[in-house]
Design a protein around this ligand. Sequence first.
Ligand code: NAP
Ligand code: MG
Length: 450
Amino acid sequence: MSTLINPTTGVELDHSPASATLVEADAAIARAHDAFPAWRDVAPGERARLLRAFAAIVDAHLEELAQLEVLNAGHTIGNARWEAGNVRDCLNYYSAAPERLFGRQIPVAGGTDVTFHEPLGVVGIIVPWNFPMPIAAWGFAPALAAGNTVVLKPAELTPLTAIRIGELAVEAGLPEGVLTIVPGKGSVVGERFVTHPLVRKVCFTGSTGVGKKIMAGCADQVKRVTLELGGKSANIVFADTDVAAAAASAPSAVFDNAGQDCCARSRILVQRSAYDEFVGRLETAVRAFRVIDPADEQSEMGPMVSAGQRDAVQAYLDTATVAFTGSAPDGPGWWLPPTVVETTDTRDAIWQEEVFGPVVAVMAFDDEDEAITLANDSDYGLSGSIFTSDVGRALRVARRVEAGNLSVNSHSSVRYWTPFGGYKQSGLGRELGPDAPNAFTEEKNVFIAH
Ligand code: NAP
Ligand code: MG
């Protein structure tokens, strides 16, 4: 593994885990396969108890996990605590699933027909660097609850919390091989999850380009696949809303996690009659946004995860006309200020492409139809927000925006108990919510003649 660097300071961390080789990845998959029959056959109530024990031990190590994420990924301490808590909450939520993995009894002539949700076997989860803890848990918690065993590859840049969570799973009493963390390269470990015949499903979160390759690779074995990919989500502000409130909430909706969020509201559409007021208030809010040491409790935004990601975002800014920025520390570390770009051309790269950094593009629109057309003028369709005081308009627009996760008069983040996923090139399938365990099962139908 390449050496890990603290993004806040640019200083190397003391310990970098070794990258798994292909042979080691195969061995981890074989162990997960060996552990599967016994895990599948654990009584539902006992599997539930083990997942609750896992949740409790994550909770007992919440501060340690959070501090590790501040160090490795530069997340603000407030976010990192929420992220570790989200792992605990996902485990507790899906710990209720084993006893509720219901089939159906369907009326038929001449017998009885019943269905079963049976686990798939080994599930491979490939995690990006932007939310290392939550995205791991969104995969492993429902997969384990449904009786699968899991191999999980964290991003090369951010493996530390996943490795620690894997240790905590064993401490909680999960049998060896049920949840195995396999740090390593995407091109080695990640690709092996796709090509290895004993991995029966791949859950991938990351870039759309890699996601397409994974989907194509999975086709070879008709392997089940869930994709959570990029986004270019619109925050639509109608003039009939509380413009001050909409402007005050817009920065955190895009600059949280330094904009490295697939749900970032990175396009703001503002109705023309409110445009000047909104942009004026947005400037005040952006200048007040606290971009400081992420270990500081007051921090609202830390550094970019890596020099490479910072440079990729900077390349967009080099060709854009920046309206105004907030502040960022000088000196070492991978810092960028929150940045606002006003645009009138929907062909601009900054309007079309997922920048994945603290950059937002603002554009004016005239009426509801134009707002919807502009919002949908994207290959992506992950999330979005609608600010209006007209409940009819809120529902009309929410029904017409092509995106999986919308919020009205808020920028709600992902909730573990509601479904999450993308339209169009933002993904395939849904994670979280009450149905997630079923996505890690095959539905089997059995007819019994009387
Ligand atoms: P990425 O390349 O898609 O990486 C995501 C995960 O996939 C990482 O664990 C990566 O491993 C692994 N991977 C890479 N190539 C693979 C392959 N051929 N087969 C299997 N697994 C593979 O994303 P990135 O390069 O880190 O980020 C690039 C862009 O992706 C970002 O700028 C952003 O636009 C987007 N992104 C979106 C999300 C999201 O939440 N939707 C998250 C992260 C990034 P390595 O770490 O070893 O490369
Ligand atoms: Mg990559």
